[in-house]
Each structure stands twice: as structure tokens, then as C-alpha cells.
Design a protein around this ligand. Structure first.
Ligand SMILES: Cc1cc2nc3c(=O)[nH]c(=O)nc-3n(C[C@H](O)[C@H](O)[C@H](O)COP(=O)(O)OP(=O)(O)OC[C@H]3O[C@@H](n4cnc5c(N)ncnc54)[C@H](O)[C@@H]3O)c2cc1C
Length: 581
């Protein structure tokens, strides 16, 4: 049982929530704008999906092809998003990521360059010029290292293992900070801030099997919703393939790309090479070598129709692809051999998992959300990518809109008085914590999480239908009611708080799943990452729009609004007589 009387208070000009790329960029920029910044993150620092980034990121430097420029990049991003991107945000990203690249590389990122100093740039699907910048081995680790070093060198105050639960709002509706737990110290904290920047990443933990770190649980989307902010495009998720079986290899992701290019084949439970039906015109008869959303759609549909394996996956037969995949193929098959599967003799199993969330808090070009004093950037914000994102665009987005949100937050903090803790906030927290302490029997936090994940996978997952979405939404209501009867260990406070945090994360995931399910039900078409089994076609006449979601009157209720896409006139550099490169 947690005894709570008063918040442990902290105060700053700009509170940044999240220690991934977007959070670090926001903190950095807010500090340079003259603000006293505090960065709080629930895990170690730095961490987040950013640390897992593999390939690199896209910027139209024109080193791979001198015809490239931000305008060409913008056209690719907008057509890749199937027309519902916020075109202004997309323009800003493609323009500013160029300058960001030179700055970040000057801090020592180590992007690959040739002897003449030209950056190595690779092609990615959906892009007409090579743009992907990369390091020698992986992107996440070197990137996190240089950004966190920079944050520390600037003397920015960082608090890790600080889980924030909700935003604090004053009587006029301004966001004035947030409250949460430092569970290792058994403390309930409140941070008073003139501006609050949310960079809490996506919600990949909606699926039990996923390729992302455990701490990314959609908290920011749920916090924003509860505080009254608007979110957009929540039905749009970028799925990727990951290993679903053998159990020891669950979530292992670095196999599909290598083996697909080398001739690996997907088989359903009847042994049929089903991608023939989804990609009949594939070059050289390699039906499995299509773009990401096509492959995910094929696999998701087979599983949806009951043609999957007993583990809810499909088979990936790579027997004849290992040698063709060279050293990488050999190293992957070694990893599987260690887990007891000989890929030269038997297939393994793959499924799709949520990789990047394309929707999120609605922001404008400066990083303002729809609430005063509240800003967002990176994967926590939505709109840049529309219904599908191109490879390398997530980091580009986090660099640019993390920085912009931090800068705006710091500028606007300058004219504000230091806020007080809103009256009644402590009492509200005390009451809500007390209410949670009443359960003495019931589901464990782990069972609660698994029940939510199972519901999402089966009913609100990658391939959707009216029938399943309704079933999923109704189950979410039951789960929400069940939350208060999740049994928490009493015992010592840190242990209790850790379990409580797990339950709150699951409740946040329920909020996120409700937003996804509600918007997915409304959008009666298939577009990019949103696949409706009962509406398989893209319907531009009715659905070239964004769905905005916000909190309803009743607890847990979400409401929607349909908005026109934000268009942008981005004059071609050629039409301006300004030949790029
Ligand atoms: C396996 C993998 C590979 C990828 N590869 C690439 C790639 O090659 N190129 C590319 O462009 N993109 C890639 N992405 C996507 C990209 O990494 C992310 O979209 C991007 O890094 C998101 O950054 P972020 O800062 O917004 O969020 P994150 O990096 O996820 O950071 C979120 C932060 O918020 C903190 N947080 C969350 N909730 C709370 C809370 N309640 N209280 C306090 N702190 C909280 C977390 O601890 C974390 O520090 C990849 C993603 C994955 C999973």
C-alpha cells in the first residue's frame, strides 16, 4: 500500500518527457534557446525505439544523385503516405533534415562518407533517388551515444526511472507540468513547468510479439487524450515482419529482408505459396519480394482468414535462400540453430508487428499541440507520414520536430510566470491511488497485459473488419472495468509501484487501442497501413481525409471528427530557377 501525502516537487521552464531521439533533440534546442530544461524518462537514459534504429535515415543531400533535393523528397513522402500526410509538416521535415544532418554529424555521428567527403546514400523503396544515410554498423547506438553525450555536456538535468502518469493543468486549461512516480525511490513526483514537451514514442507493446523496447507503451497518446488534446491518424500503423516462432526467437526481426531478397518463400498452413495471389506480377516470379505494406497485407490476410499456423503466424521457408543470402544468411541461421531450429531443414514462423505509429498528437509546424503550454515531437506526434512511412523517415521526423517543439516551448516559456501545482491535484492523485489499493485478489498485472494484447492481435490488429473491430472495442470496455481489480503486491513501496506502473501502462494501451479501433471502424476503406478486409479498396472520393480523435464525455469514450488534409504549395526548386546541386 502506497502512503502518499504530498508530491515531491521539481520545477523548470521546459519539461521534456522522453529520452529518445526526439526528447534529446527537444531538450538540446530548448536549452540553446535559453530555458532551464529538465528531461524525465521512465527507463534508463537514453532509451526508446530510437536505440533500435537499424538502417539509417533519409535526407535529400544530393550526394547519391545530384538531381535530388528536398522538393523531390517531399513528393516521395507525400505519395508514399497515400495522400493524407500533413503536407506542410512533410515539407518542413524534408527541408530541415538536411541542415540537421550536417549539425549532428559534426557532433561525431560517423555517417559513412567517401574520401572526397561525399555522404554514402542508399536507395529505399518508394524513393526515386538514393537518400538513406547510414553508419558502419547500425544507427541507433551511435546516435543515442552522441545525442546523450551532448545533453550531458550542456548540463541539462536528466531524471531517469521517472514514470510520468498525467499532465497537470491549471484553471485556464494551460498545461503546467506533469506528475508521476520515481518508483525506485518510492516517490510520487510533480514537475511544475512553464512548457511541457511530450516525446514518449509509439505504442508497440500493443502486441505481445514486437520488435521494440518494453518501455514504449503509448503513455503519451493516452496522457494527451485524457488531458483533452486532439490526436490524428491513430488508425495508421507501420507494421513489419518479425519472428513469431520458435518461442526463443520471438521478436527477432533481422531476417525477413535478407531472406526475401535471396528467394525465401511464405507458406500458409496448407503449404500454399500464397503471395502469388497478392503479388501476381512480381518480377522474376519472386512473389515475396514486394514492398512492406503489400507483404504485411498478404500475411495479415492469410492469418485473418484462418490460414495461419497454430501460433498465429505463417511459415517462412528459407531452405534454398540461406546460401544465396551469404554471410548474413549464415549468421541468422546460426542464431536459429542455437534456438533449436535448423533452417536448412525446416521453416520458421513470422507475423507482422507494429513498428512505427504514424498517428499521434496533432501538432502544427512549430510543435504546438491543441492545448496551451503543451508541445510534442517524434513518434508521439502525428501527421507527417500520412498512412504509410518511407524507410528512414521516422528518425528524420524526430530530429526535426523534436527540435522544433523544444525551441517553441522554450521561446514561449520566456514570457510566463512559474506555475504552481494546480489546486486539488494532490487530492485527486491521493484518491485515485487509494482506489487502486483496494484489490486484494484478481488478475495479475501480467495477465491483464496479456489479455489486452491478445484482444488487440485478434481484433484490432493489422487486418481489420467491422465485426472484429466491434468485438475488440467491446472487450476493451470489459478490460477497462477490470483494471481496478488487478491484484497488486503490497509489500515494499518500490515493488508495489513497479507493479502499479505496469497496470497504468496497460490502461494507457487500452486508451490507445480504443482510439485505433474507433478510427479504424470509421475508415471504411484500405489505405497504407490500414487494411480493412471488408473494404479492401482505397476510396479517394470519400477518405482522402484525416480522422481526428479526442476524449468524449463518459470515462473511456473517444470521439472523432473528419478533417481535410493540410495541403502545401511547395514550389519546385526548378520552377524557381534554383537548380539544386
Ligand atoms: C527495431 C526498430 C528499428 C528501427 N529502425 C529505424 C531506422 O533505421 N530508421 C528510422 O528512421 N526509424 C527507425 N525506427 C523507428 C524510429 O527508431 C522511431 O520512430 C524513433 O526513433 C522514435 O523516436 P522518439 O524519440 O519519438 O521515441 P522513442 O525513441 O521511442 O523514445 C521514447 C522515450 O519516451 C520515454 N517514455 C515513454 N513513456 C514515458 C512516460 N510515461 N514517462 C516518462 N518517459 C516515458 C521512453 O522511456 C523513451 O525514452 C526503428 C524502430 C524500431 C523499433
Amino acid at each position: 500500500m502506497l502512503s502518499f501525502t504530498r508530491f515531491d516537487e521539481l520545477a523548470c521552464d521546459v519539461l521534456v518527457i522522453g529520452g529518445g531521439v526526439a526528447g534529446m533533440m527537444a531538450a538540446h534546442e530548448a536549452h540553446l534557446t535559453g530555458a532551464r530544461v529538465m528531461l524525465l524518462t521512465k527507463s534508463t537514459f537514453p532509451a526508446g525505439s530510437s536505440s533500435m534504429a537499424r538502417r539509417g535515415y533519409a535526407a535529400a543531400l544530393g550526394h547519391g544523385d545530384s538531381r535530388d533535393n528536398p522538393y523531390e523528397h517531399w513528393k516521395d513522402v507525400v505519395s508514399g503516405g497515400y495522400g493524407i500526410n500533413n503536407q506542410r509538416l512533410a515539407r518542413i521535415m524534408t527541408e530541415e533534415v538536411v541542415e540537421r544532418t550536417y549539425t549532428i554529424d559534426s557532433w561525431g555521428l560517423g555517417l559513412v562518407k567517401d574520401e572526397a567527403g561525399n555522404y554514402g546514400q542508399e536507395f529505399s523503396p518508394g524513393e526515386i533517388y538514393p537518400r538513406l544515410l547510414h553508419c558502419i554498423s547500425g544507427m541507433g547506438k551511435p546516435l543515442m551515444k552522441i545525442l546523450s553525450t551532448r545533453v550531458k555536456e550542456l548540463g541539462i538535468e536528466v531524471h531517469n526511472h521517472a514514470f510520468l502518469v498525467d499532465l497537470l493543468k491549471d484553471d485556464s486549461g494551460n498545461v503546467v507540468g506533469a506528475w508521476g512516480f520515481k518508483h525506485r525511490e518510492g516517490k510520487v513526483i510533480a514537475i511544475r513547468a512553464k512548457s511541457t514537451v511530450l516525446c514518449t514514442g509509439g505504442a508497440p507493446q500493443l502486441h505481445r510479439i514486437n520488435d521494440s523496447p518494453p518501455q514504449v507503451t503509448g503513455d503519451g497518446y493516452a496522457m494527451g487524450l485524457r488531458a483533452g488534446a486532439e490526436l490524428i491518424d491513430m488508425e495508421m500503423i507501420d507494421y513489419v515482419l518479425t519472428t513469431g516462432w520458435p518461442k526463443k526467437m520471438e521478436g527477432y526481426g533481422s531476417n525477413s529482408h535478407t531472406f526475401l531478397a535471396a528467394g525465401g518463400q511464405f507458406l500458409n498452413r496448407d503449404g500454399e505459396r500464397f503471395m502469388k495471389r497478392y503479388n501476381p506480377n512480381a518480377a522474376d516470379g519472386i512473389f515475396e519480394n514486394g514492398h512492406r505494406s503489400l507483404i504485411n497485407r498478404g500475411i495479415g490476410t492469410e492469418i485473418f482468414e484462418g490460414q495461419g499456423t497454430d501460433h498465429g503466424c505463417i511459415y517462412f521457408d528459407v531452405r534454398d535462400a540461406i546460401d544465396a543470402a551469404g554471410e548474413k544468411g549464415e549468421s541468422i541461421s546460426r542464431a536459429f540453430r542455437n534456438a533449436g531450429v535448423d533452417l536448412r531443414k525446416e521453416p520458421f514462423e513470422v507475423c507482422s508487428c507494429p513498428h512505427t505509429f504514424l498517428g499521434g498528437l496533432r501538432i502544427d509546424e512549430h510543435g504546438h499541440t491543441t492545448l496551451p503550454g503543451f508541445y510534442a515531437g517524434g513518434e508521439a506526434a502525428g501527421g507527417v507520414h500520412g498512412s504509410n512511412r518511407l524507410a528512414g523517415a521516422a528518425l528524420a521526423d524526430s530530429f526535426v520536430f523534436g527540435s522544433r517543439a523544444g525551441r517553441t516551448a522554450a521561446r514561449e516559456a520566456k514570457d510566463k510566470e512559474a506555475p504552481a501545482i494546480p489546486e486539488g491535484a494532490e487530492e485527486e492523485v491521493r484518491t485515485s491511488l487509494k482506489a487502486r489499493d483496494t484489490a486484494s485478489v484478481g488478475m495479475s498485472p501480467e495477465t491483464f497485459r496479456l489479455a489486452l494484447q491478445e484482444n488487440v492481435y485478434n481484433n484490432i490488429g493489422q487486418v481489420r473488419s467491422k465485426e472484429r473491430l466491434l468485438k475488440g472495442l467491446s472487450r476493451l470496455k470489459e478490460l477497462r472495468q477490470g483494471a481496478r481489480s488487478v491484484y497488486l503486491q503490497s509489500g515494499t513501496e518500490p515493488k508495489h509501484l513497479k507493479e502499479l506502473i505496469g497496470v497504468i501502462e496497460t490502461e494507457n494501451l487500452i486508451d490507445v487501442a480504443s482510439m485505433i479501433g474507433t478510427t479504424a471502424l470509421l475508415r471504411t476503406e484500405s489505405r497504407g497501413g490500414h487494411v480493412r478486409f471488408d473494404f479492401p479498396e482505397q476510396d479517394d472520393e470519400n477518405w482522402m481525409v484525416n480522422i481526428t480523435v479526442f476524449k468524449g464525455e463518459k470515462p473511456g469514450e473517444v470521439r472523432t471528427r473528419i478533417d481535410a488534409v493540410v495541403e502545401e504549395d511547395f514550389p519546385s526548386p526548378v520552377s524557381l530557377g534554383n537548380q539544386a546541386h
